[in-house]
Design a binder for this molecule. Structure first.
Ligand code: SAH
Length: 196
């Protein structure tokens, strides 16, 4: 498949912040993503008290759902506005603290302690800062990463995974000549070569 037209496209962090400021966030699903419910059992596999990672989390409501089910949720997002909206829209009290390992990085944590959202770039994270995860919900994340950064993103994600973890990935299929993205078109063959 021809992904040529999108290969050089770059969306800057500034542009993402601006989308949040202007409310240009049609990617946000107030009712959650239908595929989350459908495949949740694959993610959890009957296990409880998991650590679940939400890369490029926005204010995804699935974070609240998993926390309510007793799991520990960690997310990362460049927009502080998105994270504050997440807590306020769910009426969750939280506290804010600096992340010493990351210059300018902050962590917003629910007072209950089971939702920790890092405000920084995903590329600032490592397993020494956030630990490893039993599950990943990747919706609007791999497909939002700039095409040139995909390899780096995938290597980091693999590094953040425990041995027996599950990774749910949502991609979108369309003709990349007709839309510049994001979401970018990531063909199945590329998913395979990125994640093995
Ligand atoms: N996964 C969420 C949001 C998808 S949109 C959902 O399903 O609703 C992609 C999000 O990634 C945006 O909120 C954007 O601000 C954030 N983002 C973009 N680049 C990032 C980066 N390098 N590190 C962390 N977050 C990033």
């Amino acid at each position: 498949s021809d992904v040529g037209p999108q290969r050089e496209r770059v969306v800057t962090e500034e542009e993402w912040l601006q989308k949040w400021e202007t409310g240009n966030i049609r990617f946000h699903k107030e009712q959650g993503h239908p595929l989350f419910q459908k495949h949740l059992d694959v993610l959890l596999n009957g296990r409880s008290g998991l650590r679940i990672f939400f890369p490029l989390c926005g204010k995804a409501v699935e974070m609240k759902w998993l926390a309510d089910m007793g799991h520990n949720v960690v997310g990362v997002e460049v927009s502080e506005q998105a994270l504050k909206e997440f807590f306020s829209e769910h009426s969750l009290p939280y506290c804010e603290e600096p992340v010493p390992e990351i210059s300018g990085g902050k962590m917003f944590q629910s007072t209950s302690g089971n939702i920790s959202l890092y405000c920084c770039s995903i590329y600032d994270l490592s397993s020494s800062i956030v630990g490893k995860f039993d599950g990943v919900w990747d919706r609007g994340a791999l497909v939002a990463v700039n095409p040139r950064d995909r390899q780096r993103y995938a290597s980091l994600m693999i590094n953040l995974m425990e041995k027996n973890s599950s990774y749910l990935l949502v991609t979108v299929s369309y003709d990349p000549n007709k839309h510049k993205g994001p979401p970018f078109y990531v063909p199945e063959s590329e998913v395979k070569s990125l994640f093995g």
